[in-house]
Design a protein around this ligand. Structure first.
Ligand code: NAD
Ligand code: TYD
Length: 354
């Protein structure tokens, strides 16, 4: 059983919720959070755990192979939960090289560092390399059907291509070197601490500032939304209960057409801001579609439920309300992460769409 656990990307959105869960739930484990602190990494997300005796933060880049070697040896890492990545599809369309670098080469550097360290210290028994991935590797669905664990990979964006490639490397390490690995492919997450480049926090922030809400295309694309803490709970049960070499899909059976989600979100934000119902509906602005925009994602997570007993704990309406409240109560967090370079990002990304 792993005890010295390296969580990569722990200062990001999902990673910070995973770090918090593991630090609080497993006081006997030593949790090392390795993060490069890119624009998406923020140690403010972890203020409540930074003093915990079983928690250590390490600033570092997963692409730095020599450093990864040192970290595995120095801290006798025997479990990895790998979340560090470039994660935003729109950015991947502008700068695919960054995605190949971090998501593919970074994952490979981490795999190789883990393999060499584990081979040097008694082999693979009791070790686990957990790779956190996305349902986007399966491509796009039309109106019907679900992604299952046996759906063929068919990534369509530079982001999903890079994640698919990293998944293949992880499986190759299992097949070739006998490394105990597990992969989970999860649907769209939402919740506190998500960088406001992704749909839900971006739109909450824009409604707050009475700024236009840039809906891509006709708003008819469908996403399957899961509360981030439920994703972290799934990672916990998979880490502790998986069969090495296996794959698990994680999703909430919670599909929303973008425009329906956006209208629902506007109602919740307006109510919590004390604005008249629907006051912000006129902020909706249909803009040029995302290139190669996947139509629909929908995950079948039956295997995870049947084998490991995991189910989402929150209904979407409850999760959305909690999420909107969090962003409205944490205006200074939003203001800090949207100052500086964010403005340039926003102007570049949206300037030419409208
Ligand atoms: P995020 O962009 O919020 O955070 C990524 C974190 O990785 C940041 O803290 C960043 O500083 C760190 N990082 C980036 N490059 C690094 C490097 N070279 N070395 C070390 N750290 C680095 O991402 P997220 O939304 O929290 O996603 C986490 C993981 O979950 C990713 O692998 C992503 O593909 C996957 N995933 C995300 C979603 C989603 O809806 N957000 C859904 C399914 C799977
Ligand atoms: P996003 O949060 O970027 O996640 P992903 O692309 O990984 O699913 O986008 C969710 C959906 O919202 C997707 O269909 C694209 C759409 N979208 C907009 O319509 N406008 C926006 O400004 C953004 C960021 C996304």
């Amino acid at each position: 059983m792993s005890r010295n656990i390296l969580i990569t990307g722990g200062a990001g959105f999902i990673g910070s919720h995973v770090v918090r869960l593991f630090v609080n739930k497993y006081p006997d484990y030593r949790i090392f959070n390795l993060d490069k602190l890119t624009y998406a990494g923020n140690l403010e997300n972890l203020r409540d755990v930074e003093q915990a005796p079983n928690y250590t933060f390490i600033k570092g880049d997963i692409c730095d192979f020599d450093r990864m070697r040192e970290i595995f040896t120095e801290h006798r890492i025997d479990g990895v939960i790998h979340l560090a990545a470039e994660s935003h599809v729109d950015r991947s369309i502008r700068d695919p090289f960054a995605f190949a670098q971090t998501n593919v080469l970074g994952t490979l550097s981490l795999l190789q560092a883990a393999r060499l360290a584990w081979e040097d210290t008694g082999g693979m028994d009791g070790k686990l390399f957990y790779h956190v991935s996305t349902d986007e590797v399966y491509g796009s669905l039309d109106e019907r059907g679900f992604f299952t664990e046996t759906t063929s990979y068919d990534p369509k964006s530079p982001y999903s291509a890079s994640k698919a490639s990293s998944d293949h490397f992880v499986r190759a390490y299992h097949n070739t070197y006998g490394m105990p690995v597990v992969i989970s492919n999860c649907s769209n997450n939402y919740g506190p601490n998500q960088f406001p480049e992704k749909l839900i926090p971006l739109f909450i922030n824009n409604i707050r500032h009475n700024k236009p809400l840039p809906v891509y295309g006709k708003g008819e694309n469908v996403r399957d939304w899961l509360y981030v803490v439920d994703h972290a709970r799934a990672i916990d049960v998979i880490f502790h209960g998986c069969r090495p070499g296996d794959t698990y899909n994680i999703g909430g059976f919670n599909e929303w057409k973008n425009i329906d989600l956006i209208r629902t979100m506007i109602r919740v934000v307006d109510r919590l801001l004390g604005r008249p119902e629907g006051a912000s509906l006129n902020l909706i602005a249909y803009v040029t579609d995302r290139a190669g925009h996947d139509l629909r994602y929908a995950i079948d997570s039956t295997k995870l439920k049947n084998e490991l007993g995991w189910e989402p704990s929150l209904q979407f309406e409850e999760g959305l309300e909690k999420t909107v409240r969090w962003y409205l109560d944490n205006g200074p967090w939003l203001d800090r992460v949207t100052s500086g370079a964010y403005q340039k990002y926003y102007d570049t990304m949206y300037g030419e769409r409208s």
